[in-house]
Each structure stands twice: as C-alpha cells, then as structure tokens.
Write a protein that binds this ligand. Structure first.
Ligand code: G6P
Length: 369
C-alpha cells in the first residue's frame, strides 16, 4: 500500500498532488491549442442535439453535483442553454418534467451511484438523451448512457473526491466551449483565449500546490474550531460548497457553504470571533461585491481566511489569512480555487487524528439508496 501511495502519507494527499497531471489527462487529445481546435469523441455524434437542446438537466450526487453546479454557470454563460442541476435522489422521486428535447448529463466518479443510475433510467424512459461523465471506465452509468466522456483522472482511492472533481470540471468546461462554438454564442476571440488559459491550468495548479506549507500553518490555527463557514459568489459559489463538504467529510467539523450574498439571510447570525470564514474572493465579475461581504464578516469579528488572486491588495488588507492563487479566467477559476480548500481540509483532518482516506460512515461509491 505504501508503494501505491507513491511516498505520500495518504491517498487523498497523493490525489490532490496528482491534479496537474489528471487535469491534463482529462483534456488530452480534446484540445489542440495550436489551431484552437476542440474535439471530444463522445459528443461528436450528439453535437447538433446539444446545440439544439431546449434545456440541459444535470443529475449527480455529492461532489459530482458540485461539478454540475459549476457546469450550470459555464453552459449558461458560454452556450446560452438553460441548465438545471438536480440531486439525483430528489429528481428520481418527484415526477420531473423531462422530454425528448432534453439532454440529461449524469456526472459520477464511480459510475455506480444508485440514485444517479435510477435518475438516468427515469430520464431515459421519458425519451431524453443521456450523456454520462464518469471516471471509471465500463461502469454501470457509463454503460447506461447514450454517449459520454470519461474524465481520465485515474483511480481515486480516497473517499473524499478531489482529482475526480477537477477532471469533471475540466471536461464540463470543454463541453460548454464545444456547444458554445457550435451555437455561435461564444466569440472566437473569447474561445481562443479560454483555450489558451485552459492549457495553462495544469501549471497553475502546480503553483497553487506550492501553498501546501502555508495552508498547513493556517490549519494548525483552526484545527479545533467546531464550525466553519465557506463563502463564494459566481463560479466560486460551488467551490464554497465543495470546500465545506470536504471539511465535513474528513475532519467531522461542521461546515456550511453559502453563496456570499445569502449570508445575510441566516449564516451571518452565527458569526463571532470564534468563527473561521473561508472566503473565495478571486478577481472576477463579482469581486467588488465579495469585498463588501468580507467587510460584513470582519465587522462581526469573524476570522477571515481569504483565497485571493495574486497581487490583490484590497482583501489582504482586511483578511486574517491570505492564500494567493494564480490569475485565470473566472470560467476556469474553480479548477484553482478548490485546491487550497482540499489542502485545508486534509491538514485539519490529519491534525485531528481522523482517518482521512476512509472517514467514518462514508463510502466511496454509494450503490444502495
Ligand atoms: C459518495 C462519495 C463522494 C461522491 C459521491 C458521488 O458520497 O463519498 O465522494 O462525491 O458519493 O459519487 P459518484 O461516484 O457518483 O461521483
């Protein structure tokens, strides 16, 4: 087993550090940067169907559902098709409206999650086209779908998903770009810019991983906290949910992820000097708004751990701790901003003596309801 861990103490840490490679593998052969060409075998036959779809439904569970939320922002912005993201377990039991013009994207690392599989069968029976995004080749979900794309992240052993998430987001980004260019909803210059930026993501993830020591130090300060709040807006909102989920899963600290503006409708009541608040506040279209959210947290004496874009000076002047990550397009930011949150939850869990790779009560794939 120690050989399989490749010198890392846990599979989860190994998988976090594999991300520059796994992200590259998930785009390999699908993106030719020299001539700005995108291609994805699984989607080719269905490109017209995607381009003409009235609506895209996404079904998934857990971390894969968070990747689906990122895709909602990507597809609506780049391809201008309405997207609904559904928990597979709710979708399957609520008599949903689905028809033959709908495309359902099912996202699953394992390809074996019972609720996701059942949601697919239901959507299929109503005539929808089902597109799968799975990591495990030949899995039940991969076989149950009409077409699909594998994430190629390699085996993920740690129960808490890390590299599978970034691979899913990468593949979903490519899909949004492919449909957007087919529909003409994304300008050529914008497409080229995104392709160039996507190509740089593995190196930027590598840069982000160098923050490991700094994040370990921050973890030592907050390891005994009983609650955490994670806030983000726009593309970083699903990242806030994912950061909170990671912490809950492996450290057993209660954590909530929220869209930063919703804070005033509830979570703000929880903020006092004991409350660590992780704010993902990178430079994007909602930056000015999140600056005021950070002020609101500080006014209530919350402890702010801010993930910011390199070179930012406004948020660092207010935050208690600053984690600086490289700049990229806001469309791609989740691929970078999730990494420090994975590391934060990892180090806190290790310091609390938790079984990081096999947290209590959780399973890698949930094949029963
Ligand atoms: C379990 C795992 C999570 C995962 C979720 C969905 O809860 O512990 O890490 O995100 O299932 O799994 P899937 O294999 O469908 O992505």
């Amino acid at each position: 087993e120690s050989i399989e861990k490749g010198g890392y103490e846990h599979f989860m840490l190994k998988e976090i550090f594999e991300q520059p490679r796994s992200i590259l593998d998930s785009m390999r052969g699908r993106m030719i940067a020299e001539n700005n060409h995108l291609m994805m075998g699984g989607i080719r036959e269905y490109e017209n169907k995607f381009a003409n779809a009235q609506r895209i439904l996404i079904v998934a569970c857990g971390t894969s559902w968070h990747a689906g939320l990122v895709a909602e922002y990507l597809i609506e912005d780049l391809a201008r098709i309405p997207v609904e993201v559904e928990y597979a377990s709710e979708f399957r039991y609520r008599n949903p409206i689905v028809n033959e013009n709908d495309i359902v994207i099912a996202i699953s690392q394992s390809g074996e999650t019972a609720d996701t599989l059942a949601a697919i069968e239901l959507a299929k029976s109503k005539g929808a086209t089902i597109f799968g995004i799975c990591n495990v080749v030949g899995s039940s979900i991969a076989r149950a779908t009409d077409a699909g794309a594998y994430t190629h992240a390699g085996p993920e052993i740690g129960v808490a998903s890390t590299k599978a998430f970034t691979a899913q987001v990468t593949v979903l980004t490519l899909i949004a770009m492919i449909i957007g260019s087919k529909r003409g909803t994304i300008e050529t210059s914008k497409l080229h810019q995104l392709i160039a930026e996507l190509e740089q993501i593995p190196a930027k993830v590598e840069e982000t991983l160098k923050l490991d020591k700094q994040i370990e130090e921050i973890s030592a300060i907050y390891k005994d906290a009983t609650n955490f709040l994670y806030l983000g807006r726009g593309y970083n909102f699903p990242v806030a949910l994912e950061g909170a989920l990671k912490l809950k899963e492996i450290s057993y600290i209660h954590a909530e992820g929220y869209p930063a503006a919703e804070m005033k409708h509830g979570p703000i009541a929880l903020i006092d000097e004991q409350m660590p608040v992780v704010v993902i506040a990178t430079k994007d279209s909602s930056y000015e708004k999140i600056v005021s959210n950070v002020q609101e947290v500080k006014a209530r004496k919350g402890k702010v751990i801010a993930v910011v874009t390199e070179g930012d000076t406004t948020i660092p002047a207010m935050a208690d701790h600053v984690i600086e990550i490289p700049e990229t397009s806001e469309h791609l930011m989740p691929l970078l901003s999730v990494v420090p949150l994975q590391l934060l939850s990892y180090h806190i869990a290790v310091m609390r003596g938790c079984n990081v790779d096999q947290p209590r009560n959780l399973a890698k794939s949930v094949t029963v309801e």
